[in-house]
Design a protein around this ligand. Structure first.
Ligand code: UD1
Length: 364
C-alpha cells in the first residue's frame, strides 16, 4: 500500500511526524512525504524536520508565500503531477492550512482516497481562512480522523456519513508526549534568562489580530502592561513582524522581549514552564491543555472547545487592553483532566485504520 503524506506549514510537522513513524512499522506500507513549501524559513520549517525526526521530504514543491488564491492554486498545480507519478492508495493531509485543502482537492479529483487528520474542528467563523479549509477538506475526505467527540458531532451535522469518521485522539499530542522530556532537558527558559513559572509566553499570527493596525497596537499595549510586572517572551511570527514594522507599532511593546520564531523543542520547553500563555494559535490551546498551563486565547471563538471544557483555556472575544489584562489576571489553572484519547497513541490508531482499511470502498 502506498501512502502519500503532505506537510506545508509549521503546525503540520508535529501532526505528521508520529504518523510516518507509526506507518513505518506496518508491513506492506510504503510512504512518501511531500512538502508544499508554504513555510520555507529554517525557523518555520527546517528545524522541525530535524527535531521531530521527520524524514527529508521526497518532494519539495517550493510554493512559498502569496495570496490565498495564488498559494492554493500553486500547490494544486505542483502537487498534481507528483500524485499522478506516485499513484498512492491514499493521500494524508493534516490540519487546516492552505496546503491541506489544495492537496485534498487534487487527490479527490484524481479519485485517490483522502485521509484528513484533525477533521471536524469548527470555529463557525467563515472569516477565518482555516475554517473554509476545514469544511471543504472534510467534504472531500474519505477517512476523517478526529481529535475530540465534538468534532464528530460537527461532521454528522454536515451530513458526513459516520462510517467515514474515526475518533482517534490527537497526533500533535503524540509528538508532545514523545518529546516533552527532551524539550525540558534543553532548559530553554534558563538559556533565555527566564525563571520557570515566572514568565508569560506570547504568540500571535492570526489575520484578525495582526492584520489590523489598531487591534495589533491594542494587544501590544496590553502585553507591555504585563511586562511591567513580570517577564514576557514573544517569539514573533514573520507575518506579525512584517505587519508591526509596516504599521510602526513595535515600540508599543515596551519591555516585552521579542525573539525570532523558535524550534519545536524550545517552544515546548518554553510552554511547559510558562506561568501563562497568551496566544491565538490553535495548537498552543491544545498543548497548554495537555500540560496544564493556563492559556489566554486572543480570539472570539475556538474550533477546539475541548480545551475549554477539559482544559485550561479561556477566550478573550473582544481584545481590548482591559479585557486582556483581566483574563491574564484570572488564569485557569485547574482542569478536569486531559481530553479523551489524548494519550500519545493517536498515530497508532490511524495507522491501524489506514493499513487495514484502504482496500475496502470508502464511500457507502
Ligand atoms: C499559516 C496558516 C495558518 C497557520 C500558520 C502557522 C493558512 C491559511 N494559514 O498562516 O493556519 O496557523 O500558517 O504559522 O494556511 N512567511 C515567512 N517565512 C515563512 C512563511 C511565511 O516569512 O517560512 C511570511 C510571509 O511574509 C508570508 C506570511 O509570513 O506572506 C504569512 O505566511 P502564510 O503561509 O501565508 O500564512 P501564515 O500567517 O503563516
Amino acid at each position: 500500500m502506498r501512502v502519500l503524506n503532505v506537510v506545508g506549514a509549521r503546525p503540520n510537522f508535529m501532526k505528521v511526524a508520529p504518523l510516518t513513524e507509526a506507518l513505518s512499522t506496518r508491513a506492506g506500507v510504503e510512504q512518501r512525504l511531500v512538502h508544499t513549501g508554504q513555510h520555507y524559513d529554517p525557523t518555520m520549517s527546517g528545524t522541525f524536520f530535524e527535531e521531530l525526526g521527520l524524514p527529508r521530504a521526497d518532494v519539495d514543491l517550493g510554493v512559498g508565500s502569496g495570496t490565498h488564491a495564488e498559494q492554493t492554486a500553486e500547490v494544486m498545480k505542483r502537487f498534481d503531477p507528483v500524485l499522478v507519478d506516485y499513484e498512492p492508495d491514499v493521500v494524508v493531509v493534516v490540519g487546516d492550512v492552505n496546503s491541506t485543502l489544495a492537496c485534498a482537492l487534487v487527490a479527490a479529483k484524481r479519485h485517490v482516497p483522502v485521509a484528513h487528520v484533525e477533521a471536524g474542528l469548527r470555529s463557525r467563523d467563515r472569516r477565518m481562512p482555516e475554517e473554509v479549509n476545514r469544511v471543504l477538506t472534510d467534504q472531500v475526505a474519505d477517512f476523517l480522523f478526529t481529535t475530540s467527540r465534538d468534532a464528530g458531532v460537527n461532521l454528522a451535522e454536515e451530513g458526513i456519513p459516520a462510517e467515514r469518521v474515526y475518533f482517534v485522539g490527537n497526533t500533535m499530542i503524540d509528538s508532545l508526549a514523545a518529546h516533552l522530556d527532551r524539550a525540558r532537558a534543553l532548559d530553554t527558559p534558563a538559556a533565555l534568562g527566564l525563571a520557570a513559572g515566572d514568565y508569560a509566553l506570547v504568540t500571535l499570527h492570526r489575520p484578525s489580530n495582526v492584520d489590523d493596525r489598531d487591534q495589533l497596537e491594542e494587544i501590544f499595549a496590553a502585553l507591555a502592561a504585563i511586562a511591567e510586572r513580570s517577564p514576557v517572551i514573544f517569539p514573533m511570527h514573520p507575518r506579525t513582524r512584517g505587519n508591526a514594522e509596516r504599521f510602526g507599532v513595535l515600540a508599543a511593546l515596551g519591555g516585552v522581549r521579542v525573539i525570532e520564531p523558535v524550534g519545536y523543542l524550545a517552544m515546548v520547553g518554553l510552554t511547559a514552564a510558562a506561568r501563562v500563555v497568551l496566544t491565538d494559535s490553535g495548537g498552543l490551546q491544545e498543548e497548554t491543555t495537555y500540560l496544564g498551563v493556563p492559556c489566554v486565547t486572543l480570539r472570539s471563538s475556538t474550533e477546539r472547545p475541548v480545551t475549554i471544557t477539559h482544559g485550561t483555556n479561556r477566550l478573550v472575544p473582544v481584545r481590548t487592553r482591559e479585557n486582556i489584562l483581566k483574563a491574564y489576571a484570572e488564569p485557569r489553572r485547574e482542569s478536569p483532566g486531559p481530553p479523551e484519547l489524548w494519550d500519545g497513541q493517536a498515530a497508532e490508531r490511524i495507522a491501524a485504520v489506514l493499513a487495514g482499511g484502504v482496500d475496502r470502498p470508502a464511500r457507502g
